[in-house]
Design a protein around this ligand. Structure first.
Ligand SMILES: [Zn+2]
Ligand SMILES: [Zn+2]
Length: 171
């Protein structure tokens, strides 16, 4: 299993993000407000640009960065910062995420506009889909977290299609 990047490396990533943002500011003759960078991303994506209401931030995957540090510093940082830049320039709702505007910013930053990550993720913890065991009169059933939580909260009941029995949590 891979160890996530150190605080020192996180700082390097933050500095790099700010550097790319300054570079973009120079290219577009604008002052872009610094964007918060966090390292809480898990799963298959190396980075993610997030917008919720008026908040904007960038998430990076500290495991994938640990495995391919130089490559992510070069490509993933610019990829996500470019999402922020086009959002500031055009408004995210007016463009496609990896559309021409984004590709243009990537080219100006002289970074290859790759849309998806091509890393071998061996050793990177991926999101685990937890399953819960249920039983009826005739067999066992596996339910996902969402349905299990609904049952727990009394918001739903599920029945076996074969024996019509209500599914009961088997623990
Ligand atoms: Zn993207
Ligand atoms: Zn049954």
């Amino acid at each position: 299993m891979i160890t996530p990047i150190s605080e020192d490396q996180q700082q390097q990533v933050i500095d790099k993000s700010m550097g790319v943002l300054l570079q973009a500011g120079g290219l577009f003759q604008k002052t872009f407000k610094p964007v918060p960078v966090v390292f809480d991303l898990k799963g298959r994506a190396a980075g993610m640009y997030c917008v919720r209401k008026r908040k904007r931030w960038i998430r990076f995957n500290p495991y994938i960065f640990a495995k391919y540090f130089a490559d992510n510093m070069e490509n993933t940082v610019a990829h996500e910062v470019a999402h922020y830049v086009v959002d500031m320039l055009y408004g995210q709702q007016n463009i496609r995420p990896h559309g021409n505007e984004w590709v243009e910013v990537m080219k100006l930053l002289e970074v290859n506009p790759e849309r998806t990550c091509k890393y071998d993720l061996e050793g990177v913890p991926l999101r685990v889909h937890r399953m819960f065991e249920y039983s009826c009169d005739c067999s066992q059933h596996k339910l996902g977290t969402r349905r299990h939580n609904k049952i727990e909260r009394g918001l739903a009941q599920y029945y076996c299609k074969l024996c019509q029995q209500k599914l009961a949590f088997a623990g």
